[in-house]
Ligand binder design. Structure first.
Ligand code: 13P
Ligand code: ZN
Length: 273
């Protein structure tokens, strides 16, 4: 019997990082109940090619993803607590393989003891983002969706329901935001979870050259090369949102760093903005 973890030792570090991430998300309060999900394109570290027809857990996708044909992904399970990944990945995540026409997937690892195991309900968004990354031959392979509290709260305020205004506020909160996210985030107006409309709007936001798309009144999708890089991105942005809300709570109406201070950062750090 083919044992994926034994045959593909490159998988273990990704699962370890996923476990570490799940603890951080729980500590941050960004992963209540089953909130949040993760996918990682691990195609380059999987050595086994298995036939879809032989797998009883073969599933149809709602759409075809020909550019993802034959690729492998670590994906978290729908309805599963993200925090449980820390101690039991085989029951709460899986590795799945997309068929050669990109219309069907089957599990090659994980989803254990649950015949109804399904990948995250946000799989449409994850797949569209991976498709976009492949179209660009991008180095990014991690797609993280989580519910960062203060960032979500910010999108409830009418003045930040506009991408330019949201980014200006985030950059103004502390210098690291401009330095690490010089092009800012994309803002996706509220769209129902799990839908193709949300998936397409997310890709449209990333196409504007943003490393993350904020889903108004819901959460964020961050794209990165490494799991911790995705976490750090969300952490930096949410810290900025906390500062903005604290400042408002203190009754101070200020944009924080002014335009000259932001321009100085662009110059000093040779930022592409
Ligand atoms: P899943 O449990 O399906 O991953 O959904 C969590 C979530 O955050 C939906 O947006
Ligand atoms: Zn969500």
């Amino acid at each position: 019997m083919f044992d994926l973890l034994n045959d593909c030792p490159g998988l273990a570090p990704w699962l370890e990082q996923t476990a570490e991430l799940s603890g951080y998300l729980w500590d941050k309060g960004w992963a209540e109940r089953n909130a949040g999900n993760l996918s990682i394109d691990v195609t380059d570290i999987i050595t086994e090619q298995s036939a879809c027809a032989a797998d009883p857990l073969c599933r149809d996708l709602s759409f075809a993803y020909p550019q993802l044909a034959g690729r492998y992904f670590i994906v978290t399970g729908t309805g599963h607590r993200f925090r449980d990944l820390a101690h039991d990945a085989p029951h709460h995540a899986c590795v799945l393989h997309l068929s050669d026409d990109g219309r069907v997937f089957h599990l090659v690892w994980g989803g254990e003891d649950d015949p109804d195991f399904r990948p995250t309900s946000e799989f449409p968004a994850h797949l569209r983002v991976h498709e976009f990354l492949r179209q660009r031959s991008a180095a990014e392979r991690v797609v993280l969706h989580t519910h960062p509290t203060e960032l979500i709260a910010l999108t409830h305020l009418p003045e930040y329901q506009n991408e330019a205004a949201l980014n200006r506020a985030l950059w103004g909160a502390h210098p690291e935001v401009k330095v690490t996210v010089p092009r800012g985030v994309g803002l996706v107006p509220y769209t129902a979870p799990g839908t193709e409309a949300l998936a397409l709007a997310t890709v449209a936001a990333l196409r504007r050259d943003h490393p993350a798309a904020v889903w108004a009144m819901h959460g964020i999708v961050a794209v990165a090369r490494e799991v911790m890089e995705a976490f750090d991105l969300v952490d930096t942005l949410n810290k900025a949102a906390q500062i903005i809300l604290l400042r408002r709570g203190a009754g101070v109406a200020s944009p924080g760093l002014n335009d000259a201070q932001l321009a100085e950062l662009v110059r000093l750090f040779h930022l592409k903005d």
